[in-house]
Design a protein around this ligand. Structure first.
Ligand SMILES: [Zn+2]
Length: 296
C-alpha cells in the first residue's frame, strides 16, 4: 500500500483531489469507506480533538488501520485541528498518518515559531508523518451558523504563505481562500453557496509549490471546487455536510421505526445517508482520475 505522500503526489499530478471526511462514530467511518471503495479512490478520514476525545485516540487509529490492512486499501487517518504539541504527539504515537497543527489564531510570528517546533518534534518521533500548518482565518466549528464571519480580513496572502512554509518546514498548508468551517442556514436550505478565491489559490500554489488542503468546503459551489483543484488544491475537507447527512439519516430512521431499539437496524439508513453525501463529493473531486487498479 502506497504511503500518503505518494497518494498526494499522484493526485497533484493528475489534477484531482483526495476527499477528507471527519468521523465521530463507526457508522460514519463505514459510510466513508464504502463510498471510497465503490469508486475505487483513496480517502482520508479526519478526527479533530473533540472527535478523538469521543472515539479514543488509539481506538480510532486501530480501527482505520484494520480497514487499511484487511482490504489493502489506501484509507488514511488525519489528526484534524490539533491545537497543542502534546495532543499532536499523542496522535502521532497512536499511528495517525497526518497532523493538522493549527495555531492559526495566534499572531503570525508565534504561529511560525510554534509550528516549526511541532514539525521538528513530530518528525523526530515519526519521520514518515505529514504535518500541516494553517494561516489565515477560516472560522471554527463544523456546525450550522446563523451569520457569516467576515472572511475578507483573514485571507492568506502568497507572501506570508511562502514565508510560513519556508520557516516551518510543514508538508502541507491550509490557506484561507474564501472557505470557512460550518455552513450557514441559507446553505443548508440550498439558497446560497460558498465561493472561493481561485486566483488566490493559484498564486499561493505558485509561491509555495506545497500541497494545499481546503478546509471547510461543505456547501461550496461545485464549479468553484473543480477550479480550486485545477488551481492547486490537493485535499478537500468535508465535515458539516457529513454531519448533516448523519442527522437527517438518523431522524428518518427514528421516524420510520419509532419502536425499534436495535442499533444495527436503526443505523443502516444513517450509513446510507452519509455514504450518498460522501460519494457525491468523491465523484466531483476525482473527476478525470483514472481508476486505480483493483486492490489485490
Ligand atoms: Zn478544518
Amino acid at each position: 500500500m502506497e504511503p500518503l505522500r505518494k497518494t498526494l503526489e499522484d493526485a497533484n499530478r493528475g489534477a484531482v483531489a483526495i476527499g477528507h471526511f471527519n468521523i465521530s462514530d463507526l457508522a460514519t467511518l463505514k459510510a466513508v469507506f464504502e463510498a471510497a471503495r465503490d469508486l475505487n479512490v483513496p480517502v482520508i478520514v479526519g478526527a479533530s480533538e473533540g472527535e478523538r476525545q469521543f472515539m479514543g485516540v488509539r481506538q480510532v487509529a486501530a480501527i482505520v488501520r484494520s480497514l487499511r490492512e484487511e482490504h489493502d486499501y489506501p484509507i488514511f487517518l488525519n489528526a484534524d485541528h490539533t491545537h497543542s504539541l502534546p495532543s499532536a504527539l499523542e496522535a502521532a504515537k497512536a499511528g495517525f498518518d497526518w497532523i493538522v497543527f493549527d495555531l492559526s489564531t495566534l499572531p503570525f510570528e508565534e504561529n511560525v515559531r510554534q509550528t516549526k517546533t511541532a514539525v521538528e518534534a513530530l518528525k523526530a518521533l515519526r519521520p514518515d508523518i505529514l504535518v500541516e500548518g494553517e494561516i489565515g482565518d477560516i472560522g471554527s466549528g463544523s456546525e450550522i451558523h446563523d451569520t457569516a464571519p467576515d472572511l475578507q480580513r483573514g485571507l492568506t496572502t502568497p507572501t506570508e504563505a511562502k514565508q510560513f512554509v519556508q520557516e516551518t518546514g510543514v508538508d502541507t498548508l491550509a490557506p484561507a481562500v474564501g472557505n470557512m468551517h460550518g455552513m450557514l442556514k441559507s446553505m443548508v436550505a440550498g439558497e446560497t453557496r460558498k465561493r472561493l478565491d481561485i486566483e488566490r489559490i493559484r498564486a499561493i500554489k505558485a509561491a509555495t509549490q506545497i500541497f494545499m488542503t481546503l478546509h471547510g468546503a461543505s456547501g461550496t459551489d461545485d464549479d468553484d471546487l473543480r477550479q480550486a483543484i485545477g488551481a492547486g488544491i490537493t485535499v478537500i475537507h468535508i465535515n458539516t455536510e457529513v454531519r448533516l447527512a448523519w442527522r437527517r439519516g438518523l431522524d428518518a430512521a427514528l421516524a420510520k421505526q419509532p419502536a425499534e431499539i436495535v442499533p444495527y437496524k436503526l443505523l443502516p439508513p444513517v450509513v446510507d445517508s452519509v455514504k450518498h453525501t460522501v460519494a457525491a463529493r468523491l465523484v466531483l473531486f476525482s473527476t478525470g482520475r483514472r481508476a486505480r487498479p483493483a486492490a489485490r
